[in-house]
Each structure stands twice: as structure tokens, then as C-alpha cells.
Design a protein around this ligand. Sequence first.
Ligand code: HEM
Length: 402
Amino acid sequence: MSEQEMELSEQLPKCPFPHIDGLGLEPQLRHLLYDQPNSKMSLEYGEGGAWIVTRYEEVKRVATDRRFSRAALVGLDFERITPRPIAPPGSIFVQDPAVHRQMRSALAGAFGSRALDRMRGQIQRTVDELLEAMKADDGPADFMSAVADPLPTRVICQVLAIPSDDEAWLMDQVGALKRIDPSHRTTALEAQKTLHAYVVSLVDRRRRDPGTDLVSSLTAGAEEERLTDDEVVSLVISLILTGHDNVTNELGNIVFTLLTDGALRRQAETDFSAAFEELLRYIPFRRGVGTPRVALEDVTVGDKMIKSGDVVHVAYMAANRDPEKFPDPDELKPDRLKVPHMTFGWGAHRCPAEPLARLEIEIALTSLFARFPGLKLAVPQHEIEWQRENVNRLPLSLPVAW
Ligand code: HEM
């Protein structure tokens, strides 16, 4: 990098943005949303510069325009917030059509309404077991370690029929990949390799001895439309990487918000789905940005020309607070006009497991408040400690009493 380029990059907004407790938009991200919606930023790792797009309509545009590619990321040391890219080469996150379409259609049945009907009972049983164990002590209990953390781990392992003995170990590998501190570069690389080897052996076992789980169904199918073993491995890794912490984040943040906002909690009691939707919009559950895209040709976005080869991040969390779409965006208003939020992403890479994630959270919340109608925070709000070490934004622990 030339001296002049270095000077310029030092003046750019830096991502991950400095930590703030609670669920406000980070001041730097707010500034990018209100004053510099299509701007260059500098990220902790990688090189080559990157754009950040923050406003709703422009985020939508980048997420749906085929001139922005995910596959072109492979082999680039692109700017990002973790020491190693979370998405491995070959995974669904870094595919363009046609492989991407093939992977998505292989997953379609797994999160469709019939599959969810089959999973509902099992999720309810898991939630009941976790809540029963939480109630066994007289309290207080930590909602994060009692429910928000184990529930999605168990669900994704049930979907993939991963033995329960492997659950904790597997989630440690995922956790190592999502840490943002530079000292974790080596552990992240080891975790990536270990995870890959584990899934290769899992896929091999299911190919030889299939069951009724998702891994088995991904390895089946007519020869000409079947995914290759490498593609199945990548897809299963993608599910393990994403099937857990986003649900944990949402659950922890939603329960925190309901326990600290009495009016919203009363509204949730009368109209759960409106309050749930608004909470999903409002909660910034990740730090900064996720997997970016690469411009395949020059594209104008808002008032800026993004050059061919430039890397572009979209900020779904900022778009969810765009005042043009959501007046008074920092207020929780369950009765606001129903503009769809971007919490599950947008466009071809939108979360394929949204129905499963919604089901897990809905069952957990309705069962929690039915079983513990007097649930409250067991410590003053300012004593809650927030995650600082990785890409997620959530309370580290959430002590509750009843
Ligand atoms: C509340 C929970 C969840 C939230 C908020 C969430 C959100 C997201 C977001 C924002 C994306 C990225 C969209 C993009 O790249 O443009 C995504 C992608 C993805 N999510 Fe989720 N997710 C959740 C739960 C889950 C669960 C439980 C699973 C798996 C069982 C899952 C699997 C995936 C996969 C495989 C992708 C990649 C899709 C692709 O690149 O085509 N997610 N999710």
C-alpha cells in the first residue's frame, strides 16, 4: 500500500465498530447510515479496501443484482472482521448460480412446512426439558446457558442426526471461527480443518448407511441431480456454522428486551406476532457485517460508482433502522406499517432456514412466559455483561428470577 493510500485508509470508518453495551446501533454505523450511506470502510483483516452500503433500498439493490458475485470472493484475501473468512471455499455462502440454485433446492424440503410439522414436537420437547431443568433450582438462573445456547445447538444436531456427545465439541470449533481477536488466527485455521474432517467422515457414514436425517437426504437423489460429496460436505458445514448462534443471539436479545421494556411485554402478551416481528427488525444481533460480494463490472449504487473488482458489504442491521422505511427507527413499535425487515437477509442468499429459526424462537418464548409468568431480571440492567470477543452482539449471561 502506498503512503497516500495508507493515510486515506486510516481516515476511513473502521469495522468492527467499537463495542457498545445494549442494542443501540453503533454510533459509527449510524453515521454511515445517516450521512455516508455508500462509503469506503476499513476492516481489521484482509486487504484491498471495501465498500459498506447501509440504506434499505440500496442494500436490496446490491443483494439482488447479479453483477455482485459471491463466488468471486474465493481466493481473495478480502477485507473482513474475522482473522479467517468464516465461509469456507465451496460453501453455499460463496456460490453464484447455478451451483447455488442446486444447493438451495437441495435444502428446500428441509425447512418447508411438512418438515417443520415433523420437527415441532421434538423442538417443544427440547424446550420443555430445558425449562424444566431451569426450574429445578429455585433460581435465579442464567437464561443464556439454560436455554438460549443449548436449544439451537440441539436442534441443528437433531436435524443433522449428530450424536449428542459431539455437540459441545462441535460448537467449540464454530466458536473458534467467529472470534475477532488476531491471536485466534491459528486456532481458527485448526478449527476449520477439524470441522471439515468431522463432516467428511459424517457424510461418508451417511452415504454408506443412510437414515432419515438431512445429511442422508442430501447424499441421496437421482445421480444426475445429486450433489457431489464435496458439495454435501460444504453444505453441512454451512448449516453447522449458522444453525446455532443466530438463534442464540435473537433469543437472548429478545428476552433481554422484553424484561427491560414493560410496555412492549404487555403488547407481546396481546399480539405476540406483531411484537416478535418488530423485535426481529430492531435487534442488531451481529457486529458490523457478514460475507461481502464482489462487483463483476462497474455499478452505480446511490451517488457512488463501485468499480469492477471492488468488494461490497451490505449492513442489514443498518437497513433495518433506515428512517425512510421505518420512521422513528430506534423505537420499538409493534403496530408500525409492515415493511419487511432484513434480519434474515435479502435476495438469493436470504436465510433458507428462516422458518426453522422462527419456530424455535416462537416455541421457546411462548413456553418460557407461560411457565414463568413472573419472569424478571435478577440483576440491575446495567450489570448485564455483553459479548465483546466475537461477531455476535448479545448478553454474555442473562440472570433471571421468577
Ligand atoms: C434467528 C436466526 C437466524 C437469523 C437472524 C439468520 C440470518 C441469516 C442471514 C442474515 C443470512 C445471510 C444472508 C446473505 O448472505 O445475504 C443467513 C444465511 C444463511 N442461514 Fe440463517 N439465520 C438464522 C438462523 C439460521 C439457522 C437456524 C440455520 C440452519 C439451520 C441457518 C442457515 C443459513 C444458511 C445455510 C445461510 C446461507 C444461505 C446462502 O448463502 O444461500 N440460519 N441467515
